[in-house]
Write a protein that binds this ligand. Structure first.
Ligand SMILES: [Zn+2]
Length: 295
């Protein structure tokens, strides 16, 4: 065959491949470190077929409750918006028989305790089992007492600690300091698979404003912890990212989630798929994040 025809043929083939991939790929895809994949959802896809969807009524109060709340120096927990399911751990041996409680009065959100218990059962399966809990939920009043006695270097004022919400746990190891213990190492590697994040990592103190705390784990839920882990985001960075990419799809081998961020200045209706389960969490600043599990 003439070289000229061969060249034209190659150009045509490359052109076809490019147009097919552009046709198939209106979503921006970025590679993930494991088999999961994060893509953006085009708005026309999101908005189509609303009559077959379920409506969620969102109010301004929703901005200030949920598992993705940003609680730090700048944003305090709105009084009354702590997790609604605070329990005393020692009264629930089904959760607490796998770890040592430094204080029998320690309280935590029941949902968070359940997820923590699932996580450390998995660790126990790998022979890592010397976990202890040194702190869980603290009331805003208790936080203020700590603030008064320890000072601003070591404690936040009432309402500005994640412990005031009930979804943060200070985890230790009975084998020694958590950072160099097998428990600490296991948590750093696996916590994201169970919805937890190391909230104040060493390399992000300039963003969190908090010193490195290898013991402080925060529950944010799946798949948020996985995305934060993949992208090496702390919560401040992740919530900013969701504002830039307000319609995301996150796909693992087993499940697909859609994550939507909506600014909320007034009551409004948001739609998700008819039979899909979903959660709503505020970001505590200006909007809500809807997490929809898609079949
Ligand atoms: Zn803590």
């Amino acid at each position: 065959m003439n070289k000229w025809y061969v060249s034209i043929g190659i150009v045509l083939i490359i052109g076809c491949v490019l147009s097919i991939s552009m046709y198939l790929g209106p979503h921006q895809t970025e590679p993930a470190t494991d088999n999961s994949e994060i893509t953006t959802i085009p708005e026309d896809v999101l908005l189509e077929d609303r009559e077959h969807q379920q409506a969620i009524e969102i109010t301004k109060d929703d901005v200030h409750s949920g598992h993705l709340l940003l609680i730090n120096q700048d944003y305090g927990l709105v009084p009354g918006n702590e997790a609604p399911d605070i329990i005393q751990l020692s009264k629930h041996p089904d959760f607490s028989n796998r770890f040592v409680l430094l204080d029998q009065a320690t309280e935590l959100s029941e949902h968070v305790a359940q997820q923590f218990s699932i996580m450390i059962n998995a660790a126990a399966g790998e022979g890592i089992s010397s976990f202890l809990i040194s702190s869980g939920y603290r009331s805003a009043e208790k936080q203020n007492e700590l603030f008064e006695s320890l000072g601003p270097e070591q404690a936040m004022p009432g309402g500005h600690s994640e412990h005031n919400h009930g979804s943060a746990i200070d985890v230790g190891s009975s084998q020694g300091g958590i950072e160099h213990s097998p428990e600490g190492k296991w948590l750093r590697e696996h916590a994201a698979q169970y919805g937890f994040i190391l909230r104040y990592p060493k390399n992000k103190t300039h963003i969190t404003g908090i010193q490195y705390e290898p013991w402080h784990f925060r529950y944010v839920g799946l798949p948020h912890s996985l995305i934060m882990s993949q992208k090496d985001f702390v919560l401040e960075e992740y919530l900013s990212y969701l504002k830039e990419q307000p319609f995301l799809s996150f796909k693992t081998d087993e499940e697909t989630f859609h994550i939507y961020y909506y600014p909320v200045s007034e009551n409004q209706t948001i739609y998700v798929g008819q039979d899909n389960t979903y959660t709503v969490s505020g970001n505590n600043t200006d909007g809500v994040i809807i997490t929809e599990k898609v079949d």
